[in-house]
Every structure is written in structure tokens, then in C-alpha cells.
Write a protein that binds this ligand. Structure first.
Ligand SMILES: NC(=O)C1=CN([C@@H]2O[C@H](COP(=O)(O)OP(=O)(O)OC[C@H]3O[C@@H](n4cnc5c(N)ncnc54)[C@H](O)[C@@H]3O)[C@@H](O)[C@H]2O)[C@H](O)CC1
Ligand SMILES: [K+]
Length: 223
């Protein structure tokens, strides 16, 4: 599915069907957390092992705060690294960041590559909620630093909606691109995921529904 079409599904669900963006984000984040739990149970360390969630400035980051809340409920020890001050977040992302903060989920704001190097440890699962379908071009500044650092760590890597740095329409990776063991993508596989260039960066791909009506999915020929 093309990026613009996926974003249209979101928009129509809200504007035409009257769904709330927060409901879509909750469905996305809860589904992603369940897929991450399944992956981590397949590897040593079981459910108690640590997870670092990297959150960006938009709703992909917003998903990360929902994922953190649900992974904690599943017994994981999570910590969140935001690459922007929380007051810079808007809409559904801001609501979920505030819930996570009020719930006492460990949350830090990284302002330098040194922060990231210190706080992303070597044995934890790293979840990429940096950039999603709103990204344009190669990850800039601290986003590029975060991707490069995450790629060096020994733990599992999970991309949310798409690996940061990968163009989800063309499948072309930019320098750098998050190298995922698992990509949890919403609504449908993105068109670029079928391209050979994308495969080394995607890992296993799992599709998570966000609760929009079947009638809407049918309009976009989503199975
Ligand atoms: N229907 C669905 O699929 C749902 C998707 N959800 C999630 O929402 C994101 C899309 O969120 P959006 O806020 O539109 O965009 P991003 O989170 O990707 O942030 C874009 C933001 O980042 C900055 N930026 C853009 N390009 C770069 C770059 N190269 N380097 C650094 N920074 C960049 C810029 O500020 C942009 O505005 C989707 O992927 C899903 O994860 C919903 O949660 C549920 C429904
Ligand atoms: K991402």
C-alpha cells in the first residue's frame, strides 16, 4: 500500500467515520506491543528483559508511548528516550506522552549523541518509533545518530510502521537506515516492502490492524 493511501485511511477513519485518532493509536500501539512480546519470548531473556523505545516528534513517536505502556503491562522493563522535549509534541502523541509520564514510565529526553550512547544499552531490545510515514529523506541530525547507534547494539531491533530511513514507497534505504529484526506495520504492508533493496532493513514483517471498519479497508483493496 502506498504511504499516501495509508495516511488517507487514517484521515477518512477520523473525518468520515468519526473515529478518534487516539483510538487508532491505541490499537496500533497495543498490537505492536503484543508482536514485540511474541518476538522477545522467542529469544533468551523472556518477558522480563529490558526494552528501549526511541520516540520521535510525530505520531510514530506517539505509538511508542502506547507501546511502552502495554509492554510494561506485559511484564517488560521499558524505558523511553524522546528525541524532542515533550512540550514539542502535539495531538495524540502529546496525550500519550503525558499519560506515560504521569504513569511514571522511565522517560528521558536525549539532546545529544552522547546521551543516546549512554542510554541505549547493549543487551536491550530497541524499538524504532523515530520516524514513520511522515518522514522525508534521510534521518537528520540526532535521528541519524540514533539509527547508527541502535544498529551497533547487540540486542533485537524492532521498527514501528517502517524502519526509520527506509522510503516506504520505493523501498530505497537512506544512509542511515534502522536495521530491524522485526517490522510491525499498520493497516497494510507498504508498497516499498516488496522491493529487494528493502529486505535487509525490514526483518520479519507483521501487519497490525488499527480497528478501522472493513468497509474502509475494502475501499483501499486491503485484504
Ligand atoms: N493509519 C495509520 O497508519 C496510523 C499511523 N499512526 C502512526 O503515525 C505515523 C505518522 O505520523 P506523523 O506524525 O504523520 O509522522 P512521523 O511520526 O513520521 O513524523 C514526521 C515528523 O518528523 C520530522 N521529520 C520528517 N522527516 C525527517 C527526517 N528525515 N529527519 C528528521 N526529522 C524528520 C518532521 O517534523 C515530521 O513532521 C505512522 O507512521 C504511524 O506510526 C498512528 O499512530 C495510528 C494510525
Ligand atoms: K519507525
Amino acid at each position: 500500500m502506498k504511504r499516501d493511501d495509508v495516511r488517507r485511511v487514517d484521515q477518512i477513519a477520523i473525518e468520515d467515520y468519526g473515529m478518534l485518532g487516539l483510538v487508532l493509536m491505541e490499537n496500533a500501539g497495543r498490537g505492536a506491543a503484543e508482536r514485540i512480546a511474541a518476538l522477545c519470548q522467542e529469544s533468551p531473556g523472556g518477558a522480563a528483559h529490558p526494552v528501549c523505545i526511541l520516540c520521535g516528534p510525530g505520531n510514530n513517536g506517539g505509538d511508542g508511548y502506547v507501546i511502552a505502556r502495554h509492554l510494561e503491562l506485559l511484564g517488560f522493563s521499558v524505558h523511553i528516550l524522546s528525541l524532542v522535549p515533550l512540550e514539542r509534541l502535539t495531538g495524540d502523541a502529546s496525550v500519550n506522552a503525558s499519560i506515560a509520564a504521569k504513569a511514571g514510565l522511565p522517560l528521558q529526553v536525549a539532546t545529544s549523541a552522547e546521551d543516546l550512547d549512554r542510554w541505549i544499552t547493549d543487551d536491550e531490545t530497541v524499538v524504532d518509533c523515530l520516524l514513520g510515514t511522515g518522514a522525508t529523506g534521510a534521518p537528520r541530525g540526532l535521528y541519524g545518530d540514533a539509527v547508527k547507534l541502535a544498529n551497533k547494539r547487540r540486542g533485537l531491533r524492532v521498527a514501528i510502521d517502517l524502519p526509520t530511513g527506509l522510503d516506504c514507497d520505493t523501498g530505497i534505504p537512506s544512509q542511515p537506515t534502522f536495521r530491524a529484526d522485526l517490522t510491525v506495520t499498520f493497516v497494510a504492508e507498504k508498497e516499498g516492502f516488496t522491493k529487494a533493496d528493502a529486505k535487509p532493513w525490514l526483518g520479519t514483517v507483521r501487519v497490525v490492524g488499527i480497528g478501522v471498519p472493513q468497509a474502509l479497508l475494502n475501499d483501499f483493496a486491503v485484504a
